[in-house]
Design a protein around this ligand. Sequence first.
Ligand code: NA7
Length: 565
Amino acid sequence: MEKKDSRLDGLELDVAVIGTGFGGLYALKKARDMMGLNVQAFDDAGDVGGTWYWNRYPGCRVDTECHIYQYSFDHDLMKQWEWSERYPAQPEVLKYFNAVADRHDLRRSINFSTRIIKAEWSDETARWTLTTRDGKQITTQFVIEAVGLLSSTKYPKFEGEETFRGEIHHAARWPHEGIDLNDRKVAVIGTGSTGTQMLVALAPQVGHLNVLQRTPQYVVPLGCGPVSAEHIAAINRDPVAFRNRHLNTAAVFGFDESTVSALEVTPERVNEVYENAWQEGNGFAFMLKTFSDITTDEAANATATDFIRGKIAEIVRDPEVVARLTPHDFYAKRPLATDNYYQTFNRDNVTLVDVRKDPVKRVVETGIELESGRVIDLDVIIYATGFDAITGNYLKIETTGTNGLRLADKWAENPTALLGMMNAGFPNLFMIYGPFSPFTSQPLVHEWQVDWITGAIRETLDRGAQRFEVLLKTELDWVARCNEVAAGSLFSKTDSWINGSNVEGKPRTNYFYMSGMKSYMADVMEFTNDSYRGFSISGSAPDPVNSRNSDVGEQSATARRATGS
Ligand code: NA7
């Protein structure tokens, strides 16, 4: 898809949407077709799909039930679309995005291959100026950033890459034409969701696969298979009720979370519950549907880790590989699920390399040299090294709000934001699934947030006002509440992208609202239904309320010191 930017420079909009994944496409649809606003969307990608446009690596698939991992706003599409598998592979998800874009004629309002690199707010005009990578400027009253939770790709910096005679790729930037890996010597670096999916898919195809693992992870089966007849029937009966039922769970993964503690049943029962969950598949179900306290109580967590460690020892034949594959931290990262994961390490053409014990020293002409001096002979190196999650893509846009406040400064030490959707000091700028969003699956929650955001825009316009913003105190209170809940969660004690510890120099802190979607919706509606209490909806002239946001940076720091957050 060619970019459509000949008339971009000087364009004036009501709403600019950045990103065309799940959140962005629906924001465009809602603001343009349901509200009649002048809207354009922008995406660096060559077509729709967001993360599903970029992530085309072998084995890439959704690990959430397909009926939850789709839009609900188009009831007919929801009833008609037939997913071929319970957990669709990437090409099918992309096909779905294309169908949505075609059905709603969205591409005519999207500027592809157009990266927004700067966003500047003007107090005088109460508008944002967006600058594209090639210097074109667009002004807009509102900005909706749908830039992705896990989209800012993290590349390791290994010395000597330029000397390598083979190919180096990142899983999240997989070439559209594919890569010929047949019979080649391949290394996959990283064993998160990406690495685990990819290595299982690659093993039967490549000559030899070297899995460079730094930290072992707990991986359960996915349970790929036919779609759930129960879900299809429920959607056909009443799509709205289906959507509402699942939004009213904690994590929105298509099941009710358990309310039973792992510590209040017999060890035999614990084992039975985990065995059933293992057979059924799905990482989120294994973590959240089995027992209620796996992510909050160390002893309960140990029941899950003991079970999975037992499975590793049972499945993997070589005791040395078992030892390398066995994790020792809490089961409190984003849960992984891939069919045949541990079985893959029984293959003769797969070698598990422990790069914690013997780290990568550098890339050399023929492969990867480890600290021990051992050289792994390779044709292809693939990074599955993850993302600068949550805040990464927002910070790639140089954003300046009221009184010259830079987002990069505001988020330098301890990022704060409200509801995952707003940021004090940045009027009329909305985020979809930004920091302090509920910790859930994405599509239905994106839709819910878009509905809230467009409601806020509607309210501003209906009041004849020009700016909608959150007061700093509202934001800090929200973050303090989020942090209090997160402090009781094992996610905060376990290194992963969830708390920023996967990126050097990034604040290691809480970035989520961990009380669940049901409670999140109630909390957000409490503000909203009370005439947007805690927000300011005003004209463009500075007023006493807005001036309270005038030094958000300093106030944030003071409040953080006071709350100890
Ligand atoms: P993750 O889950 O962040 O995993 C990245 C993996 O890469 C993980 O195993 C890391 O080891 C490893 N890694 C990162 N940097 C290095 C270096 N320099 N050397 C060796 N190994 C490294 O990213 P994914 O892409 O798999 O998944 C991200 C999310 O996308 C996923 O949760 C889904 O929601 C979709 P570490 O654990 O840091 O030791």
